[in-house]
Design a protein around this ligand. Sequence first.
Ligand code: CP
Ligand code: NVA
Length: 310
Amino acid sequence: EDQLKGRDMLTLLDYTNEEITYLLHKALVMKKETLSGKMPPILPGKTLGMIFEKHSTRTRISFEVGMVQLGGHAMYMNARDLQIGRGESIHDTGKVLSEFLDGVMIRANSHESVEELAKHASIPIINGLTDLFHPCQALADLLTMIEVKGSIVGKRIAYVGDGNNVAHSLVIGAANMGMHIAVATPAGYEFNQKLFAMVQKIAAANGGSVIQTYDPVEAVENADVVYTDVWTSMGQEEESAHRLEVFKDFQINDKLVGHAKKDYMFLHCLPAHREEEVSASVIDGPNSYVFQQAGNRLHAQKAVLATLLK
Ligand code: CP
Ligand code: NVA
């Protein structure tokens, strides 16, 4: 716990499997305490700043509710309204925010700008989604798999769709847990290849594996967990028609999940587009855990906040 205090969470690449396991365990304990009304307020008087350059439902609400439940405060800031929106430097913004706040959660277009903010801020910076990573999502994903499957070491997970921010963080997390991971994307929409080499090492060190394929059936074969995300991420709206065409064979539907284990679980970070990346029959079906998964954003992030900010 002490080695995590004051740290940033920009990507799970900066966290060891012991640290990730610690946070997941803490999240499970805190979830139980919260649901039984026995959670002590462990961050009284602490304020989390939340900066958004993009839309959000889950991230904004779960961080704000999380801080309230921990006895602290959260402050929503639209990046447009800050002076940073009129050209104040990230350097100065980081220094100034550190004078007022105990931590910052930021959702930004560019991962580099978040790294720059973390470099100049003396308080923990938590990534609430960038073009490259979505670490808080991955923690909630792992938490949900553990709740449903018990141990996830050696379990098979298939990610089918766009090799995006959500895919990157999911695979880093799953590799740390020693899962067997298959990523299926269309050509040209692969997982970041530098990152792929890194996660292969992480998976191997933990007894797991990662493969990439262009064949969704190959990825889903015998899977315990089937995961997808939108085909068009925020900021890519202009490519949306083209992407619909490119991704059309990558939909998670009854035919595709017929290749997964009978008791497979379907996960999606949400927001979802029914009949695009996933059929209504799957996302609204008995193997879907997407709302439990969304709810776990709160519990996973409370563990992060309680550990990094304390
Ligand atoms: N999954 C997720 O981060 O959702 P929001 O965009 O609603 O925050
Ligand atoms: N990949 C999506 C995730 C949204 C939570 C996006 O970046 O828009």
